[in-house]
Design a protein around this ligand. Structure first.
Ligand code: DAH
Length: 421
């Protein structure tokens, strides 16, 4: 198994019945920002964000409605577009990928990096054939604006639409959103790059092999070249896998710093996607990669929260076009651990807990970890979580942390229907 880093794919797991997962009730979180505590029902300062050229008000995204689970902490990330900043590690990596395609396929690939991250359930899931009972569709895993609208959880959400518009060679870079646990490699907002290339029958007939074999061969050649462009002369291997949108499906791994590292997922696009886009006779390949995952390795960035910091000691270390400059950590501030035990209810999920903690502590929370779990004779289950608080910018005071922890306890009890012990 390769090391999985930074928000790895959920789509490589085949459909699981949602019934096997707990906590599918639609929970609403009005997660408060640290500096501007808001109580349910109290008016909040209106804010507006510009997405893909459209202005969208907070009230359209964060709603006190059971079909909505977008907290303020996520709304505040919309429109930040780290991937479009040429001096940010994510922007530098995006540009390096663009450069590879521009050099090897001059004027072929059209680039999209400003498509709106608010998409329909149809675009995010149905159009790319994600099964109706796939875990990724649950309220526990995805941010729903309403029952038909989500914050895209992958850039594959744009595949079908762009194909329908007639594009045959394209790259999509963008921010994607997933409810998840908290540690140094997981953050509820991260960035992906998607690529698609469509072939015509003449392409493979000329060579005398079938379309799928032709596309798979071209795909592997293209992506090995990309990995070389980014990582230099490294050892690589292909691993067969599963994605709902491709068949066959592969993962590319590279041997980097003594470990096999998963770099991307890809495959030959399911014929059904092409067919529905009016391209019955064509064959295509597609790939998707996580920009944070690769940037953490290329720039030696140890914590995914750093991508969001505006601390000059971070930002000043990177400049346009400089791929792979090694990040020099500024002094590491000490972590502070707080444990919290409670009896869980049937609807409890770790993702919901993490959302509450992040809503209160923001980027001061480094990790939320289950350290004890038992069920008593009466069938009641107790969980003990250890929360690590650590700022990447300064030392935290005891008072500040106690205050945060106190608020976390209060809100966990109030919102998650658990009983503190
Ligand atoms: N959408 C997948 C994810 O987020 C990544 C991916 C895999 C994209 C294979 C693709 C693909 O286009 O062909 O995990």
């Amino acid at each position: 198994m390769a090391t999985t880093l930074a928000n790895s794919t959920i789509f490589c797991k085949p459909a699981l019945s949602l019934l096997r997962r707990r906590g599918l009730a639609c929970l609403h979180f009005s997660a408060d920002k640290l500096q501007s505590p808001k109580k349910r029902g109290r008016p909040v300062t209106a804010s507006v964000v510009e997405l893909g050229g459209v202005r969208i008000a907070r009230e359209e995204i964060v709603k006190d409605d059971p079909t909505n689970n977008v907290p303020d902490s996520i709304f505040s990330k919309l429109g930040m577009q780290l991937h479009r900043r040429d001096e940010h590690p994510l922007g530098i990596l995006r540009n390096a990928i663009y450069e590879y395609f521009d050099t090897n396929y001059p004027n072929r690939f059209v680039k999209f990096d400003n498509l709106c991250p608010i998409v329909s359930v149809k675009a995010n899931f149905d159009d790319v054939l994600v099964p109706a009972d796939h875990v990724s569709r649950s309220y526990n895993d995805t941010y729903y604006v309403d029952s038909q609208t989500v914050l895209r959880c992958h850039t594959s959400a744009h595949q079908a639409e762009l194909l329908r518009e007639g594009h045959t060679h394209f790259l999509v870079a963008g921010d994607v959103y997933r409810r998840d646990s908290i540690d140094s490699t997981h953050y509820p907002v991260f960035h992906q790059m998607e690529g698609v290339r469509v072939f015509n029958p003449a392409d493979w007939k000329e060579v005398g092999i079938d379309g799928t074999a032709y596309a798979a061969k071209d795909l592997k050649h293209c992506l090995q070249g990309l990995a070389c462009h980014l990582f230099g002369d490294v050892e690589m291997r292909w691993v067969d896998t599963y994605f709902p949108f491709t068949n066959p499906s592969f993962e590319l791994e590279i041997f980097f710093k003594d470990e096999w590292l998963e770099v991307l997922g890809c495959g030959v696009m399911e014929q059904e996607i092409l067919k529905r886009s009016g391209r019955i006779d064509n064959v295509a390949w597609a790939f998707g990669l996580g920009l944070e995952r690769l940037a953490m390795v290329l720039f030696d960035i140890p914590d995914i929260r750093l991508f969001w910091t505006t601390d000059e000691r971070f930002t000043s270390q990177f400049s346009e076009g400089q791929l792979g400059v090694k990040f020099k950590p500024f002094s590491k501030f000490p972590p502070c651990y707080k444990d919290m035990s409670f009896w869980i209810s049937d609807s409890f999920t770790e993702n919901n807990l993490c959302e509450v903690v992040r809503g209160i502590a923001g980027d001061l929370v480094e990790e939320v970890k289950l350290i004890d779990n038992f069920t008593n004779k009466k069938g009641m289950t107790s969980h003990c979580y250890r929360i690590a608080y650590r700022s990447m910018e300064r030392s935290l005071t005891d008072e500040e942390i106690n205050d945060l922890q106190w608020k976390v306890r209060e809100e966990v009890e109030g919102k998650l229907k658990v009983v503190l012990r």
